[in-house]
Design a protein around this ligand. Structure first.
Ligand SMILES: Cc1cc2nc3c(=O)[nH]c(=O)nc-3n(C[C@H](O)[C@H](O)[C@H](O)COP(=O)(O)OP(=O)(O)OC[C@H]3O[C@@H](n4cnc5c(N)ncnc54)[C@H](O)[C@@H]3O)c2cc1C
Length: 466
């Protein structure tokens, strides 16, 4: 694309709420004379959310930071609301736009929406240009020996690393926008909207929003990353980056994280990079095997008749199962929207293999609550834990919530924070405060276990075998 190919363009911000290393903004500002960044509050998505959804606060505050950054450059962020399929063509017509730039998205709804927008714009004679931004490798860039997308993580990851090493400079490229091409704000008369105008209410967050906060979080992680492999599984220790929400909304770029990884290389960093590759693996799975949105990756698992009870689901949601590590994780989750990775695996396996409840119910609850909710990773995590996914845990592997608790929260430090009833129990008792069927040593206000792990484990295995 030659410089100045377009007189007027827009950049449609979606899950890339930053100004640094922004691929679509880079491409637009290098190919156009006047670039207007826009964000659309997509009513098809936010219309279904409660007015106190925490993620909206993260998005709005991150948008405020983007807007302030653009204002410093004499430009602005235009925030509109409605159905993008109608909003974009109308804006294009009004402002005589020649090009619309945006980043690729791999979720089924987004793919359908973008295809519709592209079709309408084509009829208007306007270019719709989309770019890879949220991953290092997308779609069918990493294929197996038969030119098929992978179904197993390890060979995918090995190939990913090989391809990355082979062209590192390109994959680490920083896409710095040319701010001089931003549209002068005095020429744009349209009024911006905010989520608050639509009735959403600001919420307290345990993760600070915005691009600056994302960089701060990464800086803080510099001293920890070399110990990541030793600390990452312990919920009471701050051994992980807590960058997932920033990645979800693009307040930091994946290339920035990979540059950080390469500059701080160690045993711990390599393990951490593997986690970033899991994220890309699940993005690829969602893109290439979209049936996972509603069904099991392994299609025969759709025949499983989950026999769990409604009241057990509610006890799980409320953190009232009588299993301290499960209850601590679920209570913190309800209160904050955050859950440590080890606990996500333990509670997901408990719901599916101990309570015998369909993974889709847990996935849906997580989708409503998780600060960092991402369809690909959430679906992947649930299908992995419930043994219905690609490269998932074998069905007969059922985590024991008591031994997980003893191993990863040995002192009971994490449990004590969220389950006040058990605060006074010793490190020995806290993981299983009940006594041989009598539950006598648990404080009165703490629930008796709703199921017996040993029995349920056998039932789960039988369910899968059938
Ligand atoms: C049932 C279940 C549901 C999950 N739902 C989500 C979700 O909706 N959104 C989400 O971002 N992650 C999800 N995960 C993955 C993981 O739990 C979080 O990414 C992680 O806890 C975020 O913490 P962190 O940023 O400190 O991660 P770190 O340990 O510092 O890892 C760095 C980054 O790697 C990625 N990552 C790490 N672990 C995984 C993983 N297992 N799968 C995919 N990506 C990973 C994340 O982007 C993370 O921010 C889920 C896992 C499970 C088991």
């Amino acid at each position: 694309m030659s410089l100045g190919a377009f007189e007027r363009s827009i950049v449609w911000f979606r899950r890339d709420l930053r100004l640094k290393d922004h691929r679509a903004l880079f491409e637009a500002t290098h190919a156009s004379k006047n670039v207007l960044p826009i964000f659309i509050i997509d009513e098809n998505i936010v219309g279904k959310l409660p007015k106190n959804d925490r993620r909206i606060t993260f998005i709005q505050k991150s948008l405020d930071e983007v807007a302030a950054g653009l204002e410093k450059q004499g430009s602005r962020l235009l925030v509109l609301s409605g159905d993008p399929v109608e909003v974009i063509p109308a804006l294009v017509k009004k402002l005589k736009i020649e090009g619309v730039f945006t980043a690729n998205d791999y979720e089924p709804y987004a793919k359908k929406r973008d295809a519709e927008v592209a079709k309408i714009l084509e009829a208007q004679g306007v270019s719709f240009l989309t770019f890879k931004d949220q991953v290092i490798f997308e779609r069918r860039e990493i294929l197996n020996g038969s030119d098929e997308p992978y179904r197993v993580f390890t060979p995918y990851s090995n190939n990913w690393l090989k391809k990355f090493e082979a062209n590192k400079t390109l994959h680490l490229k920083e896409y710095q926008p040319k701010m001089g091409s931003l549209w002068d704000s005095s020429e744009i008369k349209e009024k911006s909207k905010s989520f608050w105008d639509l009735g959403f209410e600001p919420q307290e967050l345990v993760v600070e929003p915005g691009e600056k906060a994302a960089h701060k979080a990464l800086k803080k992680f510099t001293d920890l990353v070399s110990h990541y492999h030793e600390l990452r599984d312990f919920p009471a220790k701050s051994g992980t980056s807590r960058i997932s929400m920033h990645l979800r909304f693009g307040t930091i770029s994946i290339r920035e994280l990979m540059r950080f990884g390469v500059e701080n290389l160690s045993v711990g960093t390599k393990v951490w990079i593997k986690e970033l590759i899991w994220r890309e693996f699940y993005q690829m799975i969602l893109d290439q095997y979209p049936h996972v949105v509603n069904g099991c990756f392994k299609k025969d698992c759709d025949q499983i008749k989950w026999t769990g009870k409604k009241e057990h689901f509610q006890a799980w949601v409320d953190g009232m199962t009588g299993y301290p590590i499960i209850d601590a994780a679920m209570r913190e989750f309800k209160l904050t929207g955050w859950m440590h990775n080890r606990l996500r695996m333990v509670v997901a396996m408990f719901l599916t293999k101990d309570l015998l409840i369909d993974w889709r119910m847990g996935e849906k609850y997580f989708a409503e609550q998780l600060l960092d909710f991402d369809l690909a990773s959430n679906n992947g995590g649930w299908q992995w834990s419930s043994s219905t996914g690609c490269d998932a845990q074998p069905y007969f592997r059922v985590m024991n919530p008591i031994s997980q608790s003893e191993r990863f929260d040995a002192e009971g430090e994490y449990i004590r924070k969220s389950v006040p009833e058990l605060k006074k129990l010793s490190a020995k008792k806290i993981h299983w405060p009940h006594e041989d069927g009598l539950f006598a040593s648990a404080p009165e206000n703490y629930p008796a276990p709703i199921v017996d792990h040993g029995e349920q484990r056998l039932k789960a295995i039988a369910l899968f075998k059938k």
